[in-house]
Design a protein around this ligand. Structure first.
Ligand SMILES: [Zn+2]
Length: 303
């Protein structure tokens, strides 16, 4: 089932959801350590779309960007059958790929473009076939930010040198496993094309540096015929961070940088026609950022 679709000039963006997550506020407080329940409940525009009863709306999805010349997948979710410490990501068995293939066959994909290389953004890079993890999209180039890949490769080679990670929700064990089963097979197959923030990847698709959540994190700008949309990546995990840009996530590599990046991003796109698509926003996933006092609010636009 295709849940939402948007048009940017002659480019279409189609969402294929992997999992919808209605998370209790208590869970969100663990993701955003600076947040408090009282402050979340004061953000009146969250209700009822993004905060319903005691649950906040989230998701993991892929965004399929079709330009007149290329078919790109932005973020590939968690994947099936991957062994993870985090229960939310462990050994999934969803019909994501069947639903994906109602939009495109996997051999029709030209490019895979992750906003960053965390567990829930690279899972479907590979599928288990013939006794090993192999690229899911055989005819695609995988566009990895060089700095981001170097960071996680170094991490996987010497996780103890990155001890700080063990305090975070994103466990060291999972980061190593993600490298081994979802990133290294792509390098081994020779399918990586290195990209840099600021680069035009193909006509209509370019990258904005939004480091902080991870060192090489990018947001994806889609532009055609005077229209534009931007895919956030994890500079925003929750809609509430639009009202509270200072609330960084527990798993941000550099929380201060993440907060600066988030505020700059919101300032750049506030009160503009650019459609903002939240990488972890449940339905409705897209909308417009507008100024609201000292911060911002989100006006959803259903696809
Ligand atoms: Zn994520």
């Amino acid at each position: 089932m295709v849940t939402e679709q948007w048009n940017v000039g002659d480019i279409s963006i189609t969402k294929v959801e992997e999992v919808a997550i209605w998370m209790p506020v208590e869970g969100l407080l663990r993701v955003l350590p600076a947040a408090t329940r009282a402050e979340i409940e004061r953000v009146d525009w969250l209700r009822p779309t993004y905060l319903n009863g005691d649950e906040v709306n989230g998701a993991v999805h892929s965004l399929l960007v079709e330009t007149p010349t290329h078919r790109f997948v932005v973020d590939t979710g968690i994947g099936n059958g991957k062994k993870r410490m985090a229960p939310l990501f462990d050994n999934l068995d969803t019909d994501f790929m069947e639903r994906f293939e109602t939009v495109w066959r996997r051999d029709e994909v030209d490019g895979v473009l992750p906003t960053h290389l965390h567990v829930d953004h690279v899972g479907w890079n590979t599928t288990f076939d013939d006794g090993r993890w192999q690229p899911t999209f055989p005819n695609a180039r995988y566009y990895f930010a060089r700095e981001e890949y170097a960071h996680w490769k170094a991490f996987a080679q010497d996780p103890l040198a990155h001890q700080a990670y063990s305090e975070w929700g994103y466990s060291m064990v999972d980061a190593v496993a993600v490298f081994e089963d979802s990133l290294k097979p792509i390098e081994d197959a020779g399918l990586i094309t290195w990209v840099e923030p600021g680069q035009v990847v193909v006509p209509g698709i370019s990258l904005i540096s939004t480091a902080g959540h991870t060192p090489g994190h990018v947001s994806v700008l889609v532009e055609d015929a005077g229209e534009s949309a931007v895919i956030t990546g994890d500079l925003l995990h929750s809609q509430v961070q639009i009202a509270q840009p200072g609330w960084s996530a527990e798993m941000d590599t550099d929380r201060e940088e993440a907060a600066r990046t988030r505020r700059n991003f919101l300032e750049r796109f506030a009160d503009t026609p650019t459609l903002v698509l939240g990488t972890h926003f449940g339905t409705p996933t897209a909308g417009h950022v507008v100024h609201d006092g000292d911060a911002f609010k989100f006006v959803p636009e259903r696809g």
